[in-house]
Write a protein that binds this ligand. Structure first.
Ligand code: NAP
Length: 487
C-alpha cells in the first residue's frame, strides 16, 4: 500500500483531529508536525497548547465535574459501552491511523485497537460494581463504613508506543469512577487520541468530561495543571526519568500519582522448557510492536542445555520477519518511532558487540529512508553490557547463558526495573518458584503475553506505582472516605 492509499483510509473525516479538544469544542491550531516513521514525511499537524490552554482545559473539566460525578453509574457505564462499540466499529480505521503515526505493523495495530477498546467494555462493567466496606470496630465502640468517591480532576499523560491502549486504560477507569480528565498524548502519536475523542463525543461523553491537548512544552504545562488545587490525580505512563520528574512536581501540591514506567523484562528459559513454545513466546514477548513495548523481553536468560537450540530457533524465526511500513499489509516489523530510537539501539548493540557479543542475524542499522532497525539476535552478551540494564525498545534479542535456578533469579533481578518477566519450564512448581523469586509486578508463566484489561498491570521498583486495569484499576481514581457511625 502506498502512503497515499493508506492516508485515504485514514482520511475518514469523522476521525480527523480538528485542534485542541476542550470543553467539547475543537479549537484549531498548529505547531506539532506528526511524522510517518516509515518515510519521515509529515502526515498532519496538531496544535501546540500553551499553559493558558491547559488551564482552560482544567476549567472545562471542573465545569463538567459535578454533573458527571452525579451521573448514575449505569449511565456512565452505558456511555463507556457505546464508546467500546464505536471503537470496535471503527477498528480498521483506528488501526491504520496507529500504523501511520506510530509505525507498528497493522496486525499489531489491530491487536492494540481490540485491547484498547476492551478497557472501555471492562470499565463499563466495573462502573456499576463500585463497592464499599462495612466493619465493626474491635472495641465495639462504633462501626466503620467506607465509601469510595471519585478522586477529582485527573491529568492523564500517555506515551507513543500504544497510542490507543494507554489512553483507554486511563480514561476507562477514570470515567467509570466519576472523574473528569485532561489527556495529554505523546507528541509523536496524537492523531489516535484525537480520533478517539471524536468517537467519545459520539458515544455521548458530555462536554468537558474528556479534554485532549497536545503541547511542545509538556513540563511547564503539566506543572501548571498540577499546581491547580482542582487537579487531584496524575496518571502517567512513560519513561522512568520523566516519571521521577513528575513525582517531584506532584509532591508540591500532594497530588495522587499512578506511575506506569519503564521495564527491562527478563525471559528465562529452562532446559526442560518446551522449546517450540518458548520460541513462539519469545517472538511475541520480543517482537510485538517491533520491540517497542514496556513489557518487551529485554534479556533472554537461557539455560546451558537448551541455549544453542534456542539461539538457532530464534535466529530462524527472526530471519523470516518481513520488515516494512507498518501499514503495508504483509509487514510484520515496522520502523522505530524516531531516528533517535534507531540511534539508541545502534549504540547499545555496538557496545555489546565491542565487548564480545555476536550477532547471529542483524546487528547493524539499515541504509535508506525511514527509521528502520533490522530484527537482531545477539549471543555471548556480557551480563554487564549496557543493553542488559537499559530498555532496548527495538527488535534486538540479547541472549545470555545461565546454569542454575539461583543464577537465573539473581540475573533476572539485576536491574532497577520491576515491571514484567517471563519464565518457561515444564516443571510448573519450578516456574512458580522462580516467578516468586523475581521482583516484578507481572510474570508470564509459559506465556509471552500477559496484558489483559481484567488483570492488574503495573510494576515494582523503578517501574512504577499503582496498577491499571483489573478490579483495582478503578480505585486509582477513587478516594476512600471513612464514616465512623454508631448504631
Ligand atoms: P516519555 O518520554 O517519558 O514520554 C511519555 C509522555 O510524557 C509523553 O506524552 C511526553 O510528551 C510526556 N512528557 C515528556 N516530558 C514531560 C514532562 N517534563 N512533563 C510532563 N510530561 C512529559 O516516554 P515515551 O518515550 O513516550 O515512552 C516510552 C517509555 O514509556 C518507555 O520507558 C516505556 O517502558 C514506557 N511505557 C511504560 C508502560 C507501562 O505500562 N509501564 C507502557 C508503555 C510505555 P511528549 O511526547 O510531548 O514529549
Amino acid at each position: 500500500m502506498t502512503l497515499d492509499t493508506a492516508f485515504t483510509g485514514y482520511a475518514n473525516p469523522s476521525l480527523h483531529a480538528q485542534g485542541l479538544y476542550i470543553g467539547g469544542k475543537w479549537e484549531a491550531g498548529q505547531g506539532i508536525p506528526v511524522l510517518d516513521p516509515s518515510t519521515g514525511n509529515t502526515l498532519a499537524e496538531v496544535p501546540d497548547a500553551s499553559i493558558d490552554d491547559a488551564m482552560r482545559a482544567v476549567d472545562a473539566a471542573e465545569a463538567a465535574a459535578s454533573e458527571w460525578r452525579g451521573t448514575p453509574p449505569r449511565q456512565r457505564s452505558e456511555i463507556l459501552r457505546r464508546w467500546f462499540t464505536l471503537m470496535t466499529d471503527h477498528a480498521e480505521e483506528l488501526a491504520l491511523l496507529i500504523s501511520l503515526e506510530n509505525g507498528k505493523a497493522l496486525t499489531d495495530a489491530r491487536g492494540e485497537v481490540a485491547y484498547a477498546a476492551e478497557f472501555f467494555r471492562w470499565y463499563a462493567e466495573e462502573a456499576t460494581r463500585i463497592g464499599g466496606e462495612f466493619r465493626h470496630t474491635p472495641s465495639g465502640a462504633h462501626n466503620i463504613l467506607v465509601d469510595h468517591e471519585p478522586i477529582g480532576i485527573a491529568v492523564l499523560i500517555t506515551p507513543w508506543n500504544f497510542p490507543a491502549a494507554m489512553a483507554t486504560r486511563k480514561i476507562g477507569p477514570a470515567l467509570a469512577a466519576g472523574c473528569t480528565v485532561i489527556l495529554k498524548p505523546a507528541s509523536e502519536t496524537p492523531l489516535t487520541a484525537y480520533a478517539m475523542a471524536r468517537l467519545g463525543a459520539e458515544a455521548g461523553v458530555p462536554e468537558g468530561v474528556v479534554n485532549v491537548l497536545t503541547t511542545t512544552t509538556p513540563g511547564p504545562v503539566t506543572s501548571a495543571m498540577l499546581a491547580d488545587p482542582r487537579v487531584r490525580k496524575l496518571s502517567f505512563t512513560g519513561s522512568t526519568g520523566v516519571g521521577r520528574t513528575l513525582l517531584a512536581e506532584a509532591s508540591k501540591s500532594v497530588v495522587s500519582c499512578s506511575m506506569e514506567l519503564g521495564g527491562n523484562a527478563p525471559f528465562v528459559v529452562f532446559d526442560d522448557a518446551d522449546l517450540e513454545a518458548a520460541l513462539d513466546g519469545a517472538m511475541v514477548a520480543k517482537m510485538r510492536n517491533g520491540g517497542e513495548a514496556c513489557t518487551a523481553a529485554n534479556r533472554f536468560y537461557v539455560q546451558s542445555g537448551i541455549h544453542d537450540a534456542f539461539v538457532e530457533g530464534l535466529t530462524t524465526r527472526m530471519a523470516k520477519l518481513k520488515l516494512g511500513a507498518g501499514y503495508a499489509p504483509d509487514t510484520q516489523c515496522g520502523p522505530m518511532i524516531t531516528i533517535n530510537a534507531v540511534e539508541k539501539i545502534d549504540r547499545l548493540v555496538s557496545e555489546a558487540k565491542s565487548r564480545g557479543a555476536r550477532a547471529t542475524i542483524g546487528g547493524d542499522p539499515m541504509p535508506g529512508s525511514g527509521y528502520y532497525y533490522p530484527p537482531t539476535v545477539l549471543e555471548n552478551v556480557p551480563t554487564d553490557a549496557a543493553l542488559a540494564h537499559e530498555e532496548i525498545f527495538g527488535p534486538v534479542a540479547a541472549v545470555y547463558r545461565f546454569e542454575s535456578e539461583e543464577d537465573a533469579i539473581t540475573l533476572a533481578n539485576d536491574t532497577e526495573y520491576g515491571l514484567a518477566a517471563y519464565v518457561y519450564s515444564r516443571d510448573i512448581m519450578r516456574a512458580m518458584r522462580v516467578g516468586r523469586g523475581i521482583e516484578t509486578g507481572m510474570i508470564g508463566i509459559n506465556r509471552g503475553l500477559m496484558s489483559d484489561p481484567a488483570a492488574p498491570f503495573g510494576g515494582t521498583k523503578q517501574s512504577g506505582l499503582g496498577r491499571e486495569g483489573g478490579v483495582t484499576g478503578i480505585l486509582e481514581f477513587m478516594e476512600p472516605k471513612y464514616f465512623a457511625v454508631e448504631f
